[in-house]
Every structure is written in C-alpha cells, then in structure tokens.
Design a binder for this molecule. Structure first.
Ligand code: ATP
Ligand code: MG
Length: 658
C-alpha cells in the first residue's frame, strides 16, 4: 500500500516488543505510568494488521473517544489503514453502535434516543412525582438527583440497590425500600418512550451478548481481537462486557492498578487483579521503563507509591529512560491568589522566554473550584487557556444560581435572574415565575414598596403554586436577608448570607455531591472579599463570562490547559503544575474524615506522572475561601510523606496586601 514496513524492534523496548508480538491468547500488560502501555496497544494493532488481521476484526476500547481516535491515527501513520475502518471508542459509544445495529434481537427499536445526564434526571423526576402521588405519602422524598446517583452506581456495579445504599449512601437507608419501585417505574418509562440513558448503553449491550446467542456468536466471530486501555478503571459491568466479548478470542488489557481513580463510579481494580482467573492462560507482561518523565520526576512519583500502605497491589518500580532534569518544586504561597500569581509569572516566562508551547503547559487540580483564582489571573493577563474538562467556574449551575440570587436582590428589575431562581422552587416553571413576578411588580408599584418586601406579601403568595407554598416563606426570607446585608455589609457577607439561606437546603435535596458544591460556593466568599462594592463584583463576573465563554470566542488550539486530574489521565505535558496540594483539598476533606485517602493518593500519582520535564507542586498556606483571615492549611500528607531530597522547596513571600 506504499507504507514502508514497520520496524517494531527499533520502536519498542524488549518488554514492549514481547507484548506487541505475543502469540494468540489473553494478554495482560501491567505497567506503571508513562511506560508506553498506550503505545504498546497502538503497536499491537499495527502488528496484527501486518499479520493479515483485518481492521473489522479488531475492537478497541479506550477511556475517551478522543483517545481512540488518536490511537487509530497513529496506526494510520504506521500502516496506512484508515481509522474509520475500525470499531474504536469508549464502552458507551461502542455499546451504542452495537445496539443500533443488533438491538432488535432484544426487542430494542433501531431509532432509540439517548438521554444525556440532565435529560435522564428530569425523566426520573417525572417518575418520582407520579409515583409519589400514586403510592407514597412522602412528597419530599426521594430527591431525583441523589436517587439518580444511587441507581446509576447500583447498575454500574451490578449490585442490589439496598446494598448500594448501605455502603455508599447511608443517608438514604431509611427510605431505601422506596427505591426499587422507582427504579422499575423509571425503566418502564424509558421503554415506553424508546429512550436509553447512558447506563443502558452498557446494560443492554451486556444483555445482548448474554441473551441473544446469534448476536453473541456473530460478535465472537467478528472481533477476534479485543484491546482495552486503562483497564484498571473498568467497572463491573464493563469488565463483564469484556469477558463476554473475549469468550472465544483474544483480549489484550493494559492497566496500572496504581492509577485506579474512578471507584466512585464503580471502577474496581480487583477486575485487574482477577483478570487471570477469568481468562485462563493469560500471559502477563510488565514494562518497567518510563519514557515520559525525567528521573527526578519519576523518583518523586515512586516516592508517592512507596507511601502506600502494604496491601493488594502489584509491586512496580519505574526506571527512567530520560536524561536528568531539575528536581520537582514544592511551592508554598500565602494563599490561592499568590499561587495563581506564581503560576502566571512562571507560565509567562516559559512561553515568552523559553519558547515552550502553551499547549504543553497544564494546570491540574483535585476539584474545579481550586482553579478559580487561576482562571481570574489568566483572564486578566490575557493568557488564553482552555478548560478541557467540565465547565468554567462561573458557568457552573450552582454558582450561577447563587449569583442569580445576589443579582436579583441587587437589581429586582433583572427578570432573568428572577426566572433563574424562581424555577428552583417545586413545581414552579417559567410561566409560574412570570406570574409571581408580575404580581410582585404590581404590588410594589401600587404600594410604593421595595420589590423584595412585596414578594413576601399575601397578594403575591396567592400566585405561588400549591407545591411551592411551604418553601415560599423561607425562600422570601432568604432574599430579605440578602437584601438587608447588602445595604450595610461587605460583598463577602452578602455572599455568605446567600449561601447560608434557602439555597443551602435546596442544594442538599438536589445534589448528591452537595458538600462539594457547598465548598465551591465558599470559594466565592474569598473572591468577594476583593471587592468593596457588590455591583463591581457582579459586573466583573458578567464580563468574565462574556470574555472566556468558549461558545463565543474561538479558542486557539495551542492554549494552556486547565483540567481536573481525573480528566488528565493518559495525557502528558512538558510542564505540569499541580495546585491546591494541601490537606483538606488534596486529599479532600471527606476522604480524610472517612479515613480513606488511598484513592486520593493514586489520583496524586496520576497528577505527578503527567509531567515530562518540569513539575511544580503548589499549595497555599491559607484558604481564602473563608474570607480574609482565612483558614490555616497544612501541606498535603502526600508531600510531607515524601523524603525531602526528592524535591526543591520554594516559599513565596507575601506580595499582596489584603
Ligand atoms: P499512562 O499510564 O499515563 O497512560 P502509558 O503507559 O500509556 O502512560 P504512553 O503514553 O504510551 O505510556 O507513553 C509515554 C510516553 O513515552 C509517550 O510519549 C511515548 O511515545 C513514549 N514512549 C513509550 N515507549 C517508548 C519507546 N520504546 N521509545 C520511545 N518513546 C517511548
Ligand atoms: Mg496510557
């Protein structure tokens, strides 16, 4: 085909070469970060093609669709075979593909619709409302948001609902008997509407493999080779799919148990440990050379794993293939703001003086809100950045809700702020919100009253739907408190009043992860403390949203990357800053309280092993989220556990006054 033959020997080390050219049979590649697992998988595909295997016989399962595309492009470069001729992608996308073509074997229509997370949740919400009306007196329970998380985890781990509740959501154990009927009603509703949620794509795919022998046989004949990257993060249902697919043919799984970071979504690295039992005749290959990082970065990464308690994991020691570099730096700053300033200065220097491409710089964090100050600093300095995962801080739903409370009180003519908060009340929709608004408007005008006061009058209350009446008093009281504080108090007091008001209760019911979201909102208090005036703060937020919203601005492809550690898995960058590495932030407070920091440690390991040339581990001494004065932080145990000769400490003195 005009593509020169591949020199596998020259492109791979001995361990990789052995894995790539292994004889037929189940293969497990166990190796640490940056050792070329993904590369090995890519070359294995190329090798199979060179042996006459057809692309249609290969199934490639990866963690993101982008990762699959990249691998297949590499294969294309190596072999000339077009990426479109393979089946490759995430479990969900391949499940979708399989169900579209063969789903009728289990009674699935071809034209089913896939609901995204929001749509699934709102469907569940309808179900909860109907069921409650029919069967249960308790109108307030269960809340659809948390219920959705429970049901999803149960499905992904293939465990009964009550067991899932007991183990992961003890706060719902009192109502756990109510949940299975909701699950059944939700499933029936989806079936009636020919819609699938994400979890269905896995569940029904597995069902197809198990219950439709013809289809299962077809798959078995077709995909003679199944290759899975990041195997340590498969959950029960995914590993059952792999097992079902690999029944009669070859499977190559690659993984690193030290990088299992998705147990909160049901991932279980036991799947990796027990792979051999489920696939008799497995040959295990290990790769112990790291090609990604300098020896100094690698020593620190090994140090992180050395601090793991002895337990069930594979021993791994990585040797560096690269030449010496500088030691990683552990950077202490006074607070978040100075952490951002340090990173901004260093980033500028790297780009402007040292010629580093912006896209080779990554800032990694445990939680989105840790990056708030960095977003501000970069926006102000005009350094383009890209948040590769999730949504920018001020565009997050709960952040926007909370800001809307403040915006509305600051200017009751802002009807869109009103609409945003009013529809949070039970059974209040856009129309209801408008009706209430109109009534309050008339009342305020007629009686020459303050708008917020007008909301609390009986005139207005009659316009509030029945289901929202109970909460109406605390809702309006919360607005009134915000309004009172706004008259005399500082912006940070306004924000904390809003956070402690009705919205706190709302969040508790609405979000299973409300503790995390609460923490995020508290980051706003620190932000507010920089302003003398609430209007000034609100306009700054509006400006920033306009300026940084990716929907409106073309983001240059080569920009600094801001991402959570979770989303950075598998990736690599010349320069990595890990921020917020303080106890209570990384590891997070909840992990510390639950005395279970091992997953957080693995997450930290993933973070530091993304770096090729330079690694900065940063932490603030004071958490500004509690406002000026702040909360004293201690460096993360993941730092203090390290031998001090593994890094270069750097203390940045205070540069800004309060
Ligand atoms: P992670 O655990 O983070 O997913 P990985 O084990 O998948 O890492 P890769 O991403 O495949 O590792 O490889 C890490 C880096 O090392 C890549 O830049 C890759 O090209 C390079 N690399 C791997 N093996 C070799 C080799 N034999 N020769 C040269 N470079 C290599
Ligand atoms: Mg990889």
């Amino acid at each position: 085909s005009g593509v020169p033959p591949i020199d596998f020997r020259a492109s791979l080390n001995d361990e990789q070469f052995a894995a790539v050219t292994a004889e037929p049979g189940p293969l497990l590649i166990l190796a640490g970060a940056g050792s070329g697992k993904t590369r090995t998988l890519t070359y294995r595909v190329a090798y199979l093609l060179s042996k006459g295997v057809r692309p249609a016989e290969i199934l490639l399962l990866t963690f993101t669709n982008k990762a699959a595309k990249e691998m297949l492009h590499r294969v294309h470069d190596l072999t000339g075979v077009e990426p479109g001729r393979f089946w490759g992608g995430t479990f969900h996308s391949i499940g979708n593909r399989a169900l579209r073509i063969y789903g009728d074997a289990i009674g699935l229509p071809k034209n089913f619709t896939i609901l995204d997370a929001d749509e699934s949740e709102s469907l569940l919400k309808q179900v909860v409302e109907t069921e409650n009306k029919l069967f249960f007196k308790d109108k307030t329970n269960p809340k659809p948001g948390p219920l959705f998380s429970v049901l999803s985890l149960a499905r992904n781990t293939q465990k009964p609902i009550d067991e899932t509740v007991e183990r992961y959501f003890p706060q719902y154990s009192e109502i756990k008997h109510m949940l299975p009927p909701f699950a059944a009603a939700y499933a029936a509703k989806k079936r009636a509407q020919d819609v699938l949620d994400y979890d269905d794509l896995l569940e029904l795919w597995l069902e197809l493999l198990k219950k439709a022998p013809d289809v299962a046989a077809y798959f078995a004949n077709r995909f003679r080779h199944v290759l899975v990257d990041e195997y340590q993060d498969t959950n029960t249902i995914q590993s059952q799919i792999v097992d079902a697919l690999a029944g009669h043919h070859q499977v190559m799984a690659v993984g690193d148990d030290a990088q299992c970071i998705y147990s909160w979504r049901g991932a279980d690295f036991e799947n990796l440990m027990t792979f051999e039992d489920r696939h008799p005749g497995t040959v295990i290959h290990r790769i112990e050379t790291n090609y990604r990082s300098t020896p100094q970065i690698l020593n620190l990464a090994n140090g992180v794993l050395d601090a793991q308690p002895k337990g069930r994991h594979f021993e791994k020691e990585l040797r560096a293939a690269r030449k010496n570099g500088q030691r990683p730096m552990v950077v202490q700053t006074i607070d978040d703001r100075e952490q951002a300033d340090f990173i901004l200065k260093r980033t500028r220097n790297l780009i402007e003086e040292e010629g580093v491409a912006p896209g080779e710089i990554a800032i990694l964090y445990r939680s989105h809100f840790h990056a708030l100050e960095i977003q501000l600093a970069f926006s102000r300095a005009g350094i383009p950045y890209q948040i590769t995962s999730g949504v920018k801080f001020f565009e997050r739903q709960h952040v926007r809700d909370l800001i809307a409370f403040v915006q509305f009180v600051a200017n009751p003519r802002n009807e869109s702020a009103w609409n945003r908060i009013a529809v949070l009340l039970p059974k209040v929709g856009d129309k209801g919100a408008q009706k209430i608004y109109a009534a309050a408007y008339d009342h305020a005008k007629l009686m020459q009253r303050d708008f917020v006061d007008a909301l609390a009058t009986d005139d207005v209350k009659t316009k509030v739907s029945k289901d929202a009446k109970d909460e109406w008093a605390s809702f309006t009281a919360s607005l009134k408190q915000i309004s009172d504080v706004m008259r005399t108090g500082k912006p940070e007091s306004v924000i904390s009043t809003a956070i402690d008001g009705w919205y706190a209760d709302y969040m508790k019911g609405e979000y299973a992860d409300y503790i995390d979201r609460m923490e995020e909102l508290k980051a706003l208090i620190g932000f507010a403390s920089r302003f003398d005036d609430i209007e000034e703060m609100l306009s700054q937020i509006s400006l920033m949203n306009g300026e940084t919203s990716e929907k409106h601005v073309d983001v240059p492809p080569d920009t600094v990357k801001l991402t959570t550690v979770h989303q950075s898995k598998g990736l690599e960058f010349d320069i990595v800053f890990v921020i917020g590495v303080a106890d209570g932030m990384f590891p997070g407070r909840r992990a510390i309280e639950a005395d279970d920091v091992e997953e957080e440690r693995r997450l930290f390991y993933v973070a530091v092993t993304r770096a090729k040339n330079e690694l900065y581990i940063c932490y603030p001494k004071v958490a500004t989220r509690a406002g000026p004065g702040g909360l004293l932080l201690t460096p993360s145990r993941f730092i203090t556990e390290l031998s001090p000769d593994l890094y270069e400490p750097l203390r940045i003195k205070r540069q800004f006054g309060w």
